[in-house]
Design a protein around this ligand. Structure first.
Ligand code: HQG
Length: 181
């Protein structure tokens, strides 16, 4: 598969596993897992992906620059990014001392006054390193601000954190007192 098609496939799978599984008749469990075969069958019903098979899904995941999905046996899930109303259950963990959040400069003052909110998603997304946060922020604006989250301190004060993958961390929200600009 060409890399442009891999990107399109990744976007389509992200839409189904993060935002609207019902649109393809997929049933996801509490942790966001669904049947990989059911996903392949749903994709095959579309003109664009009528010849897709499971190996294409595996190769899309392996060749991606980001660990967005996990495939295990017959099951596949998105690791982060969810927005559907029921949401997913994630396992909590104690975060590193600092996490980072890249955003548009025009959002920074609202975040440092009101805290980080999940907006349209289930969770706020944080990065384990500054360079990843910069890339995340660039999606929003060319004027990027990287905010430092005192994650360990927030955790110890009762804010829950959940690893998405090795670089992405999630939280329901982060109060402003733990955010430095
Ligand atoms: C902002 C991508 C004003 C927040 C990325 C962000 C990530 C506030 C936007 C993942 C606010 C939400 C998620 C407040 C938060 N006032 N603005 N109080 N609180 N915001 O897209 O973190 O490529 O839902 O700063 O790499 O940008 O799709 O979140 O700008 O890991 O795999 O509200 O999506 O991954 O935007 O990105 P998003 P995000 P993929």
């Amino acid at each position: 598969m060409r890399s442009s098609d891999l990107t399109k496939l990744s976007r389509t799978v992200a839409r189904l596993l993060r935002h609207e599984p019902w649109s393809a008749g997929l049933e996801l469990d509490d942790e966001g897992w669904g049947s990989a075969d059911a996903l392949v069958q749903a994709l095959r019903r579309t003109r664009k992906w009528s010849r897709i098979d499971r190996r294409d899904l595996v190769s899309m995941i392996e060749r991606s620059d980001k660990a967005r999905f996990e495939i295990r046996g017959d099951r596949i899930r998105a690791l982060y990014g969810h927005s559907f109303p029921r949401g997913v259950t994630k396992a909590e963990a104690r975060p590193p001392e600092f996490l980072w959040h890249g955003t548009a400069q025009h959002s920074a003052s609202s975040i440092t006054s009101h805290g980080l909110r999940p907006m349209k998603r289930q969770f706020v997304h944080l990065s384990a390193d500054v360079s990843t946060a910069q890339v995340v922020g660039k999606r929003k604006s060319s004027e990027v601000v990287v905010l430092r989250i005192r994650a360990r301190e927030a955790h110890d004060a009762g804010v829950r954190f959940y690893p998405g993958n090795e670089i992405v961390w999630l939280a329901e929200s982060v109060p402003a007192e733990f955010i430095d600009d």
